[in-house]
Design a binder for this molecule. Structure first.
Ligand SMILES: NC(=O)C1=CN([C@@H]2O[C@H](COP(=O)(O)OP(=O)(O)OC[C@H]3O[C@@H](n4cnc5c(N)ncnc54)[C@H](O)[C@@H]3O)[C@@H](O)[C@H]2O)C=CC1
Ligand SMILES: O=C(O)C(=O)COP(=O)(O)O
Length: 618
């Protein structure tokens, strides 16, 4: 067998957002303070699942009476569609769920409805704040954003409530880029103003002289999907395109003939600036007085990203001062803007009411994309467009599936060995693998260990969405380390070790020389096995329940314990003895199918050679 090499690569801990595996059952809201919608459980070899299966929560029966007047069918999840969605997407949703299309709900109406819904689909016009997750009473499992920007969804609150957020990141890219180009060209040639003037009976040919685009420098801020499509099109118009994006790859930019530049250079050299970054705390009011002061006099601004990336009052000042000659805006800090909004009414500003994604084609595409993501998530599949959870490719998932089960069971076992349980502060996970560190995605495994550690000692249901948050909230630090094994990396992992530091154990032999409760496991033939407890090597499949006994190694021990269990008809599935040296101390691990009674456990404890023992549920 491959031996651990001396290289131990420490992996960073961990505040990724997570997604989840495992099969789930929707539960009725419990009385716990942090009510989560699903409880995950794993079975060996089970498909990795993301969120709850379709069984309705207890509350569902009130929401979806069988063949009620609303046509809701009992047993199907309920999806609330709060903004207009394309017909093909609605049809897909209806095949799977009761679909309630209620457009234009007030915040109060949304809060009132949400506790009856398993999923919610919105566009940019609905604010899905913390209040919505709180009002859902734990039933809301998926929020689908039928579009790209998720700035209208409180992701932290979603994650804390174990609610998966998915979006439709690709179907409206071209529409948004085309709208950006439409605004750019319309602005340069005063199309909107000239159109309004002519319709008002004027023939003002001298007033609406435009500017040419060819040879002008366009700076794209945010060189992602939309930004790069705008770049391609602008190059076709003969523009010189530069881009600023701290996270974009220079190779990708080079491939379409775009130079990546600093923010400073973009600000100072551009004739046109087009915005395509998401609205985040870092991009909020990125174009402010300071930025406008650096720009070339007469610059033109296009915004199809989010209103909040511009300090709108500063833009009005820059327009009035002539620094900005014109602006073309599809998005606003407040949507819709007020009737007297200075920017909207400014004569050098061209506006559209957030139409970037509004083409027939894009809306059909977005509706299908989001319907697939939401129904997939409700079915329990991992969503490729999960926003508050890791996206793990399907092939990686299927390979990791048995290790995901092992991870949860090791966590569950380790925590049951802690005396008390409330004082856990630090859990160390070691992955032994022949794979290079960047070839092993441990986020799912860490989440499942976290779930295994936390669920037995709390009334919180942990899933992959909220695992890191829950650990952090409980003050438990999960650190990860890698051991690089020699040999061929045929399987992703050789073994996983879970250690809990600074605690006492109900089963002191589980404390290794290093002072931590230590359990270790492997996957054998697709089944998780416990292979080490403290310093003792054992080998028992992790199914059903487990009795660990420490005893003086002597003949007849297996028989003595086996017959006590046999008397009560408890079926022993596995037995394994790990010892330090013959006739010294040994640890016996006994897998049992049924839970022995207290009396039986007492009888085992009374066997003279048994020095300590513990019963653990896997
Ligand atoms: N007006 C509309 O109807 C539509 C608006 N949008 C908006 O367009 C924006 C971009 O969408 P996609 O291209 O699909 O997203 P994307 O995620 O593909 O691209 C965003 C890019 O912005 C970059 N970025 C992040 N922080 C930045 C910063 N501080 N400075 C510069 N770049 C930064 C990212 O690295 C990324 O490359 C989003 O805000 C989205 O909501 C998208 C579709 C339609
Ligand atoms: O996808 C986006 O980010 C958009 O801004 C499109 O918004 P909408 O779905 O049209 O409200």
């Amino acid at each position: 067998m491959a031996a651990p090499s001396p290289t131990t690569a420490a992996a960073a801990t961990t505040h990724h957002r997570l997604l989840l595996p495992t099969s789930h059952r929707a539960l009725a809201p419990s009385s716990s303070s942090l009510r989560l919608p699903v409880r995950a459980s794993t079975t060996p070899g089970a498909r990795i699942r993301v969120s709850a299966a379709t069984a309705p929560a207890a509350a569902a029966s009130t929401a979806s009476p069988p063949s009620s007047a609303s046509g809701a069918v009992e047993g199907k999840p309920t999806v609330l569609v709060a903004e207009k969605l394309g017909a093909a997407g609605l049809a897909l949703l209806r095949e799977f769920a009761n679909v309630d299309c209620s457009y234009g709900l007030s915040p109060e109406e949304l809060r009132a409805k949400i506790s009856l819904c398993d999923a919610l689909i919105v566009r940019s016009g609905t604010k899905v704040g913390r209040d919505v997750f709180e009002a859902s009473g734990g039933r809301l499992r998926v929020v689908g954003r039928a579009g790209v920007g998720i700035d209208n969804v409180d992701l932290a609150a979603a994650t804390e409530h174990g609610c998966l957020v998915v979006n439709a990141p690709t179907a409206n890219t071209v529409a948004a880029a085309e709208h950006g180009i439409a605004l750019l060209t319309a602005m340069a040639r005063n199309i909107a103003q000239a159109d309004a003037s002519l319709k008002a009976g004027k023939w003002a040919r001298n007033k609406y002289v435009g500017v040419s685009l060819v040879g002008k420098t366009l700076a794209i801020l945010g060189f992602g999907k939309v930004g790069s499509e705008v770049a391609r099109r602008a190059k076709g118009l003969g523009m010189q395109v530069i881009a600023h994006d701290p996270y974009a790859s220079a190779d990708r930019a080079r491939a379409i003939g775009v130079e990546l530049v600093s923010m400073e250079e973009a600000m100072t050299t551009a004739d046109f600036i087009s915005l395509h970054m998401p609205l985040t705390p870092a991009t909020n009011k990125m174009l402010n007085d300071e930025a406008f002061a650096k720009m070339k006099k007469g610059v033109r601004i296009i915004n199809v990203a989010r209103g909040g990336v511009i300090d709108e009052e500063a833009l009005v000042r820059a327009l009035d001062a002539g620094i900005v000659a014109q602006a073309a805006l599809d998005v606003f800090t407040k949507e819709p803007p007020t009737a007297d909004d200075k920017l909207v009414l400014h004569e050098n500003v061209t506006v559209t009411p957030h139409l970037g994604a509004s083409t027939v084609e894009a809306q059909e595409g977005v509706a299908i994309e989001i319907a697939e993501a939401v129904t997939g998530a409700l079915r329990g599949e991992l969503a490729a467009s999960a926003v508050n959870a890791p996206m793990v490719p399907a092939e990686v998932l299927s390979e990791l599936a048995p290790f995901v089960v092992l991870a949860e069971k090791l966590g569950r076992l380790a925590v049951q060995l802690v005396a008390g349980g409330g004082g856990i502060k630090s859990v160390k996970v070691t992955y032994a693998s022949a794979r290079a560190p960047d070839d092993l995605d441990t986020r799912l495994l860490r989440a499942m260990i976290t779930k295994g550690v936390i669920e037995p000692i709390s009334d919180v249901f942990v899933n992959l969405v909220n695992a890191d948050f829950t650990a952090k909230q409980r003050g438990i630090r999960i650190s990860e380390e890698r051991i690089l094994m020699d040999g061929l990396p045929e399987t992703p992992l050789d073994h996983i070790q879970v250690q809990i530091a600074n605690v006492e154990s109900k089963f002191p032999s589980a404390i290794a020389e290093t002072g931590e409760i230590t359990v270790e496991g492997k996957v054998k033939d697709g089944v998780p096995h416990l292979t080490k407890v403290g310093a003792f090597e054992v080998d028992v499949s992790m199914e059903g329940s487990l009795i660990l006994c420490r005893q003086v190694d002597q003949p007849g021990m297996i028989g003595s314990v086996g017959s006590v269990l046999g008397e009560e008809n408890v079926n022993v599935s596995f037995m394994s003895v790990g010892r330090i040296a013959p006739r010294k101390r040994a640890v016996m691990a006994i897998g049992v199918d049924e839970e022995p009674s207290k009396a039986t456990l007492t009888k085992i404890g009374e066997i003279p050679a048994i020095e300590e023992f513990v019963f653990l549920k896997l």
